[in-house]
Write a protein that binds this ligand. Structure first.
Ligand SMILES: Cc1ncc(COP(=O)(O)O)c(C=O)c1O
Length: 452
């Protein structure tokens, strides 16, 4: 028997947690008020207003899977900087490499020894031979799209409704009755999204085939499993169809592994034997120092040479970034890949993800909550519908802001930080079974309060 949430009880519980939050964070509140003088909304970047609670918690220090705030409260961190800190906070190996490189030159517009090592290692993990660097996954995606357009001489990008690939103009699209529209929350789109983009639903092979058949799509840009509207896994056969159809229609396949690197050391691509034309990733690869990469196969690389071969194009052709591939980022990337986000670390992290999933599954079943839990490697997510959604629109339709806010605040007030968007948890190499069990206990208490 499953039971819906009593909205009146939810509002009451939310009020209690909001009061408790304010009481526990007087110094964070003071710093937030100070920030109002010079920062938009009192915070350095817009997402920091998304946290549950009247203001964000201000951090004093973070290490491994834990941090403390300026009021002396301690937390286990399952948000991990929305994947930027998936290697853990300041792992000693990365921190040491950063300190050493910072003392020896940060950025030169010249390569350092680490670059070829990192290129080789990414090639080994993701199965693509040639790599370039950027500072953010957003830029890696932007550059991959530009290359795809240049090579295919086609104008459009195909993405999945409710995807997120960073602040890439072409990707803020949804599908409404088969038409491509801007997401409702897209700020200042440069042109009508239908000019640059086709959006379809994830897991819909027919829609994919129909869109590609029009012959104007340069590339499909896809996370191999959606992670930004909750985790939505591909249905059996979807990736095979995606690869076969893109090849058939002369469209390049760009796989964005920025979040799905949680599936293993070579992301979902390696774990499931995908064969993309390009791979993009960023966020955790340098332990949180800005760094991103995009890799490509022989055929793409041969075509790219044609465009980047002249000085003018390689300088101001729209692909670059002064600080891309800088010495500090590459030193941090090498240390993180070589010594922190290793195969052995992933084995432990994924086992912890399974433990987290089991704890949540048991609590949901024990309370008859009409919810589900999904896992991709060391990333776990719970959602407010009984069966996992098939696509972005199904997932978006079950977003429940009040419920999310209550669960996040309830956890935060008990020393547990979840990702502020939906209900995501990520394990890092320093996460322990005790950390996971802390969440399981608190989650069970939240369900007691909601359903008992
Ligand atoms: C799948 C995916 N790709 C790219 C990005 C963009 O990363 P960044 O904001 O570091 O540029 C994100 C950010 O959440 C993401 O989830």
């Amino acid at each position: 028997m499953t039971r819906p949430v009593d909205r009146e009880r939810l509002r009451e519980l939310l009020r209690t947690e909001e009061e408790r939050f304010v009481e526990r964070h007087p110094r964070s509140r003071g710093l937030f008020e100070q920030g109002q003088r010079s920062l938009l909304a009192g915070v350095p970047m817009p997402w920091m207003t998304e946290w549950a609670g009247a203001f964000p918690v201000f951090v004093d220090e973070a290490r491994g899977a834990h941090f403390t705030d300026v009021d002396g409260n301690a937390y286990v961190d399952f948000c991990l900087g929305d994947t930027g800190a998936m290697a853990g906070h300041s792992p000693p190996e990365t921190a040491g490499a950063i300190a050493a490189q910072a003392a020896r030159g940060v950025t030169l517009m010249l390569p350092t020894e680490d670059s070829a090592w990192v290129g080789d290692e990414l090639g080994r993990r993701f199965g693509l031979p040639y790599w370039q660097f950027a500072l953010t996954a957003t830029d890696a995606n932007r550059f991959a799209i530009r290359l795809a357009r240049a090579i295919t001489r086609r104008p459009k990008v195909l993405v999945y409704a409710w995807c997120y690939h960073g602040t890439v103009d072409e990707t803020f699209a949804i599908a409404v009755h088969g038409e491509t529209r801007s997401r409702p929350d897209n700020v200042g789109p440069p042109v009508d999204l239908a000019v640059t983009t086709k959006a379809i639903e994830w897991n819909d092979t027919e829609a994919l085939e129909a869109a590609l058949a029009e012959g104007d799509i340069a590339c499909v840009l896809a996370e191999p499993a959606m992670t930004n509207i909750g985790i939505i896994l591909p249905e059996p056969g979807y990736h095979e169809a995606l690869r076969a159809l893109t090849r058939e229609h002369g469209t390049l396949l760009v796989i964005d592994e920025t979040h799905t690197i949680c599936a293993g050391p070579g992301g979902y691509t390696q774990a499931h034997g995908l064969e993309p034309d390009l791979v993009t990733l960023g966020k955790p690869i340098a332990g949180g120092v800005p760094a991103a990469a995009y890799g490509m196969g022989e055929e793409v690389a041969a075509n790219v040479e044609e465009y980047l071969g002249t000085l003018e194009v390689s300088d101001v052709g729209g692909i670059g970034g002064t600080l891309s591939g800088n010495a500090l980022s590459l030193a941090a990337t090498r240390a993180t890949l070589e010594r922190v986000l290793t195969t052995e670390a992933f084995e432990r992290m994924i086992a912890l993800g399974a433990r987290f999933e089991a704890g949540v599954t048991d609590a949901i079943a024990a309370h008859g909550a009409p919810w589900h839990v999904t896992r991709l490697g060391c990333r776990v997510e719970y959602g407010f519908r009984e069966a996992p959604p098939r696509n972005g629109s199904e997932a978006a339709a079950t977003t429940d802001r009040d419920l999310e806010r209550f669960l996040h605040l309830h956890a935060l007030n008990r020393g547990i930080l979840m990702t502020p968007f939906h209900n995501m948890a990520l394990m890092c190499p320093a996460t322990t079974e005790a950390d996971v069990d802390d969440h399981t206990r608190a989650f069970g208490q939240a369900l007691d309060a909601l359903f008992d």
